[in-house]
Design a binder for this molecule. Structure first.
Ligand code: SF4
Length: 668
C-alpha cells in the first residue's frame, strides 16, 4: 500500500482531478500587470511586423491591446531590434498605452541583455539560448554534460543579474521543436527532455534567488504539449522548486477552425485541471485575432468552482505523462483497434424528415450515375435520428442509431441500432444481437449498471454530462470502469445550447479533446439544443455540417484519427520572410486532399526547422524570395526561388510515394 501511494504520488500533476481548483502559483510582476497567484488568467500575443518598423509595431500592438492582449511580445533577433524596442515602447507610452512588452529571444544573449533593460519581460528559449543546433547526437559523459551546464551558466548568469537589477521578468519557454542536442542526446525528443531543458535554466535562477519567472512547454503536437506541462508541474513539486506561473500555448496551431480546435485541445485540457496563468493562442492570422480566442478559452473557468460534486479520486489511474489508449472490447466497429467513431446527431433534422441529399452535410454523397454512394474524408460513421428513423437505405459506411422505443416497433431491426435509457434497458425483451447503446451519466452508474456493462458484450456507453465540470465527470466515469476492469467502449457525448459557433468549437474541442488526449473515448457526438430554433432546413443542415467537421477536427487535433492534411504553420513574427497567410492558403489549395500528411510552413530558417519537428515535409523561408524544402528534418532542396517551391515540394511528396491526385470535389 505504502509503495503504491509512493508511485501514485509521482503521477500527481494538479490539485484535484474531480474538483476544479486553479493551481496556486507564485505571483510574478510584469511591469505592474501581475500574473499568477490570485490574478486572473492573462491573455497575450505576439506582433508579426518587423521590429525595425517602429510605427508598424506600435500600431499593431495597439490593435492587439484593443483586442484584449494584456502583454505583447515582440521578437528581438539581434541587438538592433532589441535597441529599437525602446523606440516602440516610448511611442506606445506617449500614446497612452502602458501594456507590458516582452522581448522574444532566440540564440542571442547580447540582444536579451539589452532588451532586459528596456522591456518588462524577456522570453528565452533554453534550447537555443546558449546552444547552436547542429542536429548532432553526441554522447555525453557525466563530466562533459556538467561542463556543458557550466558553459550555459556562464552565458545565462549576466541576463539573470540584469533582470534582477531592473525588475524584469523572464519566461523560460521550452519548445518541443528546438531542444538542444545535449538534451536530445540524454532525454530524447520527449516531454521529460522538454521539462529538463527548462529546469536547467530554472535551477540557475533559483540559485541566484531570482524568482520573477514564468514557464512554458509548447509543442505543436497536443499530446506532447499536455504531457510536458503536467510533467513540469510534477517535477517542480518533486524537486521543491517554486510553483511558477505557467504560460500555455500550442505552437504552430495553424489557421481558421483547425487552428482554433488544436489550440483548444491543448490549452483547454490543461485549463480544465486548473493549470495555466496566461494563454497565448498562435494562429496563422493577424495577431489581433488571437486574443478573443484566448479570452473565450479562459472565461469558462471564471465560475467553474462550486460545480456539482464528483466521485472522489486522488491520482490518475493511467500515466498522465504518456499516451496509451484505454483498452476496450470491440463491439461491431466501435472500440478495440478501431479509430474513434463520429456520430452525427440528426435528431432535429430527422423531425423534418431526412432526404438523400441531406447526407452531404455529413460527408455521404449519392451519385445517381452510376447509382452508388460515395463519401469524403469527413463521412460520419453513425447518425442518431431519435424517434424518426430515415426511410431510405443508408450507404454501407453509415449506420443509424434510433431511440429504443421507436426501434422496438421497426420491422427491420437489423440495420438500425437501439439506444436505451437505463430503465428501458432493464425492461426490454428485445435487443440488437450485435450492438446496443446505453445512455449513461456518472450519477446513473451504480453497481447494477456496472454489472450489466460487465456482462452484456453488445453494449456501448453513450456518456453524457450536465456537470459544469463535465470533462472531469466524464473522466471519472471512465476511471470507474477502469477500477472495475470493465472494457465497454464509451462514446463521449456533449450537448451545448446558447453558444455561438466560435465558442461551441472551442468548448467541444476542450471537452472531448481533453479526454481523447488521455486515450479515453471510442467515439464522439456533439449535440446542440439550439437546433430546435432552426425553422429552415438549410440552416439546420449547415449546423449539422459544422458539428460533423468539428468532431473530425477534434479527433485529428488530439491525434486519434487523421483524416486530412495537417498544416503546422508558424504564426509569423518579425523574422518572417514571406506572407504566411497567403503562402499557407496557396499550399493548402494544392495539397489539402492528402489525408494524414503533415506539412510545416515556417517563416524563417532560424527557428522553423526545429519548430516543425513533427511535420513530414517542410516549406521554410531561408532568404528573401528563397525557400528551403525538407523531408522530416532532412534538407531536400536548399534556397530555391519561391515561385518554384510549391511544385518542388509536390515533387518531393511524389518521390516519397505520399502523393495522390486530387479527386473530384464532393463538397459542392
Ligand atoms: S518560425 Fe515563424 S514565428 Fe518562429 S521565429 Fe521563424 S518566422 Fe517567427
Amino acid at each position: 500500500m505504502q509503495v503504491t501511494s509512493e508511485i501514485e504520488r509521482f503521477k500527481k500533476y494538479c490539485d484535484s482531478l474531480v474538483s476544479y481548483k486553479r493551481r496556486k502559483t507564485i505571483e510574478v510582476n510584469i511591469g505592474g500587470v501581475k500574473m499568477g497567484g490570485d490574478n486572473p488568467i492573462r491573455v497575450q500575443s505576439m506582433t508579426t511586423v518587423d521590429t525595425m518598423d517602429t510605427e508598424g509595431s506600435v500600431e499593431q500592438t495597439i490593435r492587439m491591446v484593443e483586442a484584449g492582449c494584456e502583454y505583447v511580445r515582440i521578437t528581438a533577433p539581434s541587438i538592433k531590434e532589441a535597441k529599437n524596442l525602446e523606440n516602440i515602447k516610448n511611442e506606445l507610452r506617449k500614446r497612452g498605452y502602458n501594456v507590458p512588452l516582452i522581448a522574444d529571444i532566440h540564440f542571442t544573449p547580447n540582444a536579451a541583455e539589452l532588451a532586459a533593460k528596456i522591456v518588462e519581460k524577456v522570453r528565452v528559449n533554453p534550447g537555443n539560448y546558449a546552444d547552436k543546433k547542429k542536429f548532432e547526437t553526441i554522447e555525453y559523459t557525466d563530466d562533459t554534460y556538467q561542463a556543458e551546464l557550466d558553459r550555459i551558466k556562464e552565458r545565462f548568469v549576466p541576463l539573470v543579474e540584469i533582470c534582477k537589477e531592473h525588475g524584469t521578468a523572464m519566461r523560460i519557454g521550452t519548445n518541443h521543436g528546438s531542444l538542444s542536442d545535449r538534451i536530445l542526446s540524454r532525454y530524447g525528443d520527449t516531454p521529460l527532455g522538454m521539462v529538463e531543458s527548462a529546469l536547467e535554466f530554472l535551477r540557475i535562477c533559483e540559485e541566484m534567488e531570482y524568482y520573477n519567472i514564468v514557464l512554458s512547454m509548447k509543442a505543436s503536437n497536443t499530446q506532447v504539449m499536455v504531457q510536458a506541462y503536467r510533467l513540469l508541474v510534477q517535477k517542480l513539486d518533486e524537486e521543491g522548486l517554486k510553483p511558477y506561473p505557467l504560460h500555455l500555448g500550442v505552437t504552430e496551431a495553424g489557421e481558421a477552425e483547425d487552428g482554433r480546435i488544436k489550440s483548444a485541445v491543448g490549452i483547454g485540457t490543461l485549463l480544465e485541471d486548473g493549470l495555466g496563468d496566461t494563454v497565448r493562442v498562435s494562429l496563422t492570422e493577424e495577431p489581433e485575432e488571437e486574443a478573443p480566442v484566448a479570452a473565450a478559452l479562459i472565461e469558462r473557468y471564471e465560475d467553474r468552482q462550486g460545480h456539482n460534486e464528483i466521485l472522489p479520486l486522488e491520482y490518475p489511474l493511467q500515466d498522465p505523462f504518456g499516451y496509451s489508449r484505454r483498452e476496450t472490447r470491440e463491439v461491431l466497429n466501435i472500440g478495440g483497434e478501431n479509430v474513434p467513431r463520429v456520430i452525427a446527431d440528426l435528431e432535429f433534422l430527422a423531425k423534418k424528415e431526412i432526404e438523400i441529399p441531406d447526407l452531404k452535410s455529413i460527408g455521404h454523397f449519392y451519385l445517381p450515375e452510376p447509382d452508388k454512394w460515395t463519401m469524403n474524408d469527413l463521412g460520419a460513421d453513425f447518425i442518431y435520428t431519435g424517434d424518426n428513423p430515415v426511410r431510405f437505405m443508408l450507404p454501407n459506411g453509415l449506420k443509424e442509431i434510433v431511440d429504443f422505443v421507436r426501434w422496438s416497433t421497426l420491422e427491420d431491426k437489423n440495420n438500425k441500432f437501439p439506444v436505451f435509457e437505463i430503465q428501458d434497458y432493464h425492461q426490454a425483451n428485445v435487443k440488437h444481437p450485435k450492438l446496443n447503446f446505453l445512455k449513461l451519466t456518472l450519477s446513473d452508474t451504480d453497481d447494477t449498471v456496472l454489472d450489466l456493462l460487465r456482462h452484456d458484450e453488445t453494449l456501448v456507453v453513450l456518456l453524457s454530462t450536465s456537470n459544469k465540470h463535465g470533462l472531469a465527470e466524464q473522466r471519472r466515469f471512465i476511471y470507474l470502469l477502469i477500477e472495475n476492469n470493465i472494457d465497454t467502449p464509451v462514446i463521449l457525448h456533449r450537448t451545448y445550447g446558447d453558444l455561438n459557433e466560435d465558442k461551441l468549437l472551442l468548448y467541444s474541442a476542450t471537452d472531448i479533446g481533453g479526454l481523447l488526449i488521455d486515450g479515453f473515448g471510442d467515439g464522439a457526438m456533439i449535440s446542440n439544443r439550439d437546433q430546435v430554433k432552426h425553422t429552415e432546413k438549410d440552416t439546420l443542415l449547415n449546423s449539422v455540417k459544422f458539428h460533423n467537421e468539428t468532431t473530425f477536427g477534434i479527433l485529428q487535433a488530439a491525434r486519434t484519427r487523421m483524416t486530412k492534411t495537417e498544416y503546422i504553420s508558424c504564426p509569423s513574427c518579425g523574422r518572417t520572410l514571406f506572407d504566411l497567410q497567403e503562402t499557407t492558403a496557396m499550399i493548402r489549395k494544392r495539397t489539402d486532399h492528402l489525408k494524414g500528411v503533415k506539412i510545416g510552413i515556417m517563416g524563417c530558417i532560424v527557428n522553423g526547422p526545429g519548430e516543425m519537428a513533427d511535420a513530414d515535409y517542410g516549406y521554410v523561408g531561408s532568404g528573401k524570395g528563397k525557400i528551403t524544402l525538407y523531408k522530416g528534418q532532412e534538407v531536400m532542396k536548399r534556397n530555391i526561388p519561391s515561385e518554384h517551391a510549391l511544385d518542388e515540394l509536390i515533387n518531393i511528396i511524389k518521390e516519397d510515394g505520399q502523393w495522390t491526385e486530387p479527386g473530384q470535389s464532393l463538397d459542392n
